[in-house]
Design a protein around this ligand. Structure first.
Ligand code: AR6
Length: 183
């Protein structure tokens, strides 16, 4: 499904983000940047060791104590179709009382800003924090779509933002968020 926001396309697809051709795909990483399960595991498996080497270098040179929640960094895409991977860390859901919403907003916003600062024009996101980190997908989808909508309304530097949802249920939840927030 495709929607227009100002000059850009906001796209929702169901699928595997490691198959997506985009200037950058976003990894729902953890602070170590050293891999994990879910999207993170899939990206490192398919992208190959180059991505992990770059992550280790970023840790050593920029974030020796780990990448703080809400921040984003960029590596090459290794063997993926995507040229780059933007690694961000979403919040762990703790019941909604621990600024999770603000941190999730930051993860999306900092990923978008980083893409623009590198001159990238197409970016694909997974549903950050709604897997292992247990953020309720209804709430997370509204934050995700809201941040992207605001961002696209204020820039003409991005051509396309894609959300890649892994299940029919998540796809439908995101679709509902788009229908509610874009009308
Ligand atoms: N393509 C698209 N979406 C996917 C894929 C895929 N290949 N695989 C899983 N999903 P998660 P989080 C969906 O757990 O909640 C990792 O271990 C999944 O169904 O990947 O931010 C990291 O290292 C869910 O809807 O990320 C961290 O430790 C969504 O992606 C931690 O998990 C996010 O699930 C991060 O947890």
């Amino acid at each position: 499904m495709e929607f227009i926001v100002r000059n850009a396309v906001l796209q929702l697809i169901k699928g595997d983000i490691t198959d997506v051709e985009a200037d950058a795909i976003v990894n729902a990483a953890n602070s170590t940047l050293l891999g994990g399960g879910g999207v993170d595991g899939a990206i490192h498996r398919k992208g190959g060791p180059k991505i992990l080497e770059e992550c280790k270098r970023i840790r050593a040179t920029e974030w020796p104590d780990g990448l703080p929640t809400g921040n984003a960094v960029i590596t090459s895409g290794g063997n993926l179709k995507a040229k780059y991977v933007i690694h961000t860390v979403g919040p762990v859901w703790m019941g909604g009382f621990h600024v999770e919403a603000e941190l999730l907003k930051r993860a999306y916003k900092n990923s978008l800003k980083l893409a623009v600062s590198k001159g990238l024009r197409t970016i694909a996101f997974p549903s950050i924090s709604t897997g292992a980190y247990r953020y309720p997908v209804e709430e997370a989808s509204r934050i995700a779509i809201g941040v992207v909508k605001d961002f696209l309304e204020n820039t003409d530097k991005l051509e396309k933002v894609t959300f890649v949802l892994f299940s029919n249920r998540d796809f439908n939840v995101y679709l509902q968020a788009v229908e509610d927030l874009l009308k």
